[in-house]
Design a protein. Sequence first.
Length: 749
Amino acid sequence: MRNKVIVPLAAVLIVLLAIGSYSAVKKYGTRRQLTSLYRQGLKPIEDKENPFALQTRLHYLDSLLQVHAPGYSELDAKLLKANILLKLGQEKDALVLLNGLLVHLNPETNRAAEIRVKSLLALTYIRMGERNNCVGNHSAESCIMPIRNMGVYIDPSATRQAIDLYQNLLTLDSGDLDSRWLLNIAYMTIGEYPDHVPPQWIIPGLDTEGTSSSVLPFKDIAADLEINGTRSMAGGSLVEDFDKDGYLDIVTSSWGLDEPMHYFHNNGDGSFTDLSQSSGLASIKGGLNIIQADYNNDGYTDILVLRGAWFREYGKQPNTLLRNNGDGTFTDVTIESGLLSFHPTQTAVWADFNNDGWLDLFIGNETTTYKDPNPSELYINNGDGTFTNVAAQAGCELTAFMKGVVAADYNRDGWPDIFISTQDGIKILLKNKAIPGKIPQFEDATHASHLDRDETYTFPTWFWDYDNDGWPDIFACGYDNQLSLAAPVAAQALHRNLPHESKMYLYHNNHDGTFSNVTDSMGLNKAVYAMGANFGDIDNDGWLDMYLGTGNPDFRSLIPNKMFKNIEGKKFVDVTGSARVGNLQKGHGVAFADINNDGNQDIFVRMGGAVPGDGYFNSFYVNPGQGNNKWIGILLEGTKSNRSAIGAHIAVAFTENGRRRKVFMDINSGGSFGSSPLRKEIGIGKAEKIDQLTITWPTSGIVQEFYNIVPNQFLMIKEGVDQLEKMDWKVLKFVDHNGKMINCGPAAP
């Protein structure tokens, strides 16, 4: 597909008003117009006002410098140019420019200018150190905090330059927390933290944080398996069995409209093959997020690619629906399905909102100014491969800066509801009014549910049952800092308070339609600034844990991704250091999945930032096993309900050490940014058997119960068929491209 610029908004609206839905396409014969519009929408806008049109902005600055344009000082223009060079990954050119500025500065007369130049110069040396080591000499421990062993830089030259500059900056401004944080990180990268850090600038405990719990270290083997991909910008991750062979495949996308999707096929022998070209996915460009569902109930899982997020008025890019053909290929069916629209987004959720057995789609779009509304969309599945947008009739056509949407039956009335996180300082809960009919009806239950009692910007979110009481709770991660994240994280490590700290939020379901904020009592009153996140059970104890990919576009935001372990539904503890998963690079799409079928959930993360110079590689953290806890793997297939079984409820009852327990799970892909497989692995601790397994199906309401089940196996259950089918999928021993066995034991502590 050769897709590359966007037409002006007015033109888009004119065409869309003229043609409407897919039925209008057939009526008016405008399929060719739609195809052209779709392709044009997949090109970046090269406008100097677009902050992500870096080459255009660079040329513009060069022209200003040549003519000495009024309103721009030479210093300002050159600092802007150096910053753009850095974003493009052209560190050497930025160094030449900045060192030239420094030579001609008179610190006695322009101290503020000196600080500005030295700050950007130090950051440039930091990025050059990353390029020479984490990128150029990439290893399984690159950029994993605390940095040690193979993660320590082989070439420390650029980093030492950064250290000298940061120490100088701190003498000029001792309260500069950005410089203090990056100074400590720089010392760690060259193996000299904490011993060589000047006492007055040290941030203690960075090498021991998150090591209080006994979690064995994971190991990043993405490079060994050749699934780390190319160094790319932020994007989505999706782990799913696309060819129904019992082995989980991996699909990734990238934000840049010149960056292709990738499809890594699990060969079922411990290796992967890159089928991006033959599958047709390499021709699909862009997509900050991807989510999966079998929208046409043919038994094969399809993919929705979401585009335009964060671009504001430049983000009117179409989403793409990719039909899985069942033969290793995918077909773009966006236009014929009726899903073509032009709104900035990265978030959507599949659910059967009208309970007719066909999956519908809610898309949360980003409205950044009410002069240019981008309302949410609710597409009802017509059951013939097409969709109709009924958001206005359903009462859920909302305008907000939506960053995460998830669905669950929070009040257990049998109808899926919707929760929305936003960058507007509000959260939105839409209750499905449970009125039978083709078009569902929603009402705003935010106030009635008590979810409007604290205002904060939020981003990744999900429904989950963290305390196993049978009712879905809500997690949402705060995200209200678009500047450097180094300063607030440094302040937190130094036990100082900063205004506008963006923390995590956990809301407990009170079983009566209301939620209570239990963030503080659950130990989650911490700032992490997550962009991508998801949940799973890393040790099969039956309590859901979580992994959060952190960061923002600012290059100073060099902060670790985070993992929190759930302690019996009573509190969460930071285990990032113990688990060795605290990557300092930007974390985006996160998926929990047992990729080698050994019963232990691994973690796949699509890494990378918002510009080419902040690109990075995928990470695949293989779980070495965290003890002898047992598990059960469950794959559901709907017959009257949707084939993917999205919305089905699982309850697992067992006895552990004389204590009767239950674990609850809903079928979905997890969080709002990163997609775990619809196949579920559920931990049962030390239990010797499962006393009762209960499946409640969404459309039919059928309840199936099974008893006395042996753990540590994969089972397939069809709706209405009261017989368990054991799936004899092999436990895989991972091998590299030379066929050599990869050591997947615990990483070096």
